[in-house]
Ligand binder design. Structure first.
Ligand SMILES: [Cu+2]
Length: 151
């Protein structure tokens, strides 16, 4: 009985140690496998962004002409692609106005009639946003527009 118990304990210990060694060797294998598999994965990951970057590089900067006459902007909708660098050339033809797009920290100077300002920012997120004139009351009077960033 005692002998049997000892043997049983020995077998259990052997299994635990053997199992531990097996797990350790498994870990080593996994560690060895990761670097081997990793370059393949990195290569795949690198390959797919390249065409995207190349496609975006072709039209990476977009110039947008915006004008205001009275309490409205022309155009009142601007559409760009995500990742594009946007140059908004804002020309004010009448009164005192500015052009503001909060979500991209884009803001022109406050312009007098006949003045022009260029605002440059990167459209780094998709969605529909609102640009507006921050002179009190002007936004509420309709001096605003939609800034749309597509994928
Ligand atoms: Cu205004």
């Amino acid at each position: 009985m005692n002998k049997n118990t000892l043997i049983l304990v020995a077998v259990i210990l052997f299994l635990i140690l053997g199992g531990g060694a097996f797990l350790m060797s498994n870990n080593r294998q996994a560690t060895t496998t990761v670097p081997t598999g990793s370059p393949a994965v990195v290569t795949t990951t690198t390959v797919s962004p390249v065409p995207t970057t190349a496609a975006a590089a072709g039209s990476n900067v977009i110039n947008v002409q915006v004008e205001s006459q009275g309490l409205s902007f022309t155009p009142n909708t601007i559409t760009v692609k995500k990742g594009q660098t946007v140059n908004v050339v804002y020309k004010n033809n009448m009164g005192r106005h500015d052009w503001v797009l909060d979500e991209f920290n884009a803001k022109s100077k406050l312009l007098d009639a006949g003045e022009e300002d260029t605002i440059t920012f990167v459209a780094d997120k998709t969605g529909t946003f609102e640009y507006y004139c921050s002179v009190p009351g002007h936004r509420a009077s309709g001096m605003k527009g939609s800034f749309i960033v597509t994928e």
